[in-house]
Design a protein around this ligand. Structure first.
Ligand code: ADP
Ligand code: MG
Length: 231
């Protein structure tokens, strides 16, 4: 909690409303697992990070001006070490083409999560003028707006409420192992909902927060992408 406070203070001092680099650290401070990796601002550093990660990596543009990275080709999945330089340059070029004056913070190099074994979910929070902090859970990924398979509770949520959320969505059978797939770590999802609920309860300055996707795997969950807005 102290660490989270420090992270939010630095952001406040910089007068930035959208956190880039710090968003992952904030989750980490509340015990929510994120993929290994780092955000870098030159290709040599990107390669160094990639070399320290087992297997291929995922590379993403990091900019407060680019909300939906994959819409502009700003997410590259399965990048081999020998392609890291090219991928880096290409991501920067795409971002500049999209918005020439975009504030580009760098490129995030991440461990690749095996989506074949997992389900992409979303855990988020919005402050409702009437109800206060509303926690949201649903099926995630880039089609979340189209599917609209979501459920809501007012924070802070109890363990039972968080569990109920995982049962309420239409896609609930997918979490419990449909079509011969292994069930995913539902305990990990309910814990993440609760931890996030605690975070936004502790810090009213967080106006909006989305983990999308929170990849739910048979043996754990990973917050692969996070976006947040602070007061
Ligand atoms: P955005 O939502 O801004 O387009 P994301 O970081 O959510 O960017 O990436 C888009 C999609 O790319 C994710 O929904 C997921 O399917 C895939 N993806 C992103 N990061 C990873 C990762 N580390 N491992 C595997 N797949 C990933
Ligand atoms: Mg996303």
């Amino acid at each position: 909690r102290e660490r989270a406070r420090e992270i939010l203070e630095t952001v406040k001092d910089r007068d930035e409303t959208r956190l880039g680099v710090e968003a992952m650290e904030l989750l980490d401070a509340y015990g929510i697992e994120t993929p290994t990796g780092d955000i870098v601002d030159d290709p040599a550093d990107a390669l160094e990070v990639a070399e320290n990660i087992d297997g291929n990596v995922v590379m993403k543009i990091v900019s407060p001006d680019i909300l939906h990275k994959s819409d502009i080709g700003g997410v590259k999945v399965g990048v081999e070490n020998e392609d890291v330089y090219d991928a880096y340059e290409d991501l920067i070029t795409r971002a500049k083409n999209y918005q020439p004056d975009a504030n580009i913070l760098g490129v995030q190099v991440q461990e690749m999560v095996n989506l074949d074994d997992g389900v992409e979910t979303i855990v988020g929070m919005n402050r409702d003028p009437q109800f206060g902090p509303l926690m949201m859970f649903g099926l995630g990924g880039i089609f979340v707006e189209i599917l609209e398979d979501t459920t809501f509770r007012v924070a802070p949520v109890s363990e039972v409420e968080a569990e109920d959320m995982t049962k309420e969505i239409d896609a609930a059978p997918m979490l419990r192992g449909a079509r011969g797939n292994d069930p995913v770590d539902i305990g990990g999802i309910t814990e993440t909902i609760q931890r996030l609920s605690q975070l936004v309860t502790d810090f009213p300055a967080i106006l909006e927060l989305d983990i999308n996707p929170l990849v739910a795997l048979p043996d754990g969950v990973k917050a692969v992408d996070v976006r947040l807005t602070v007061d």
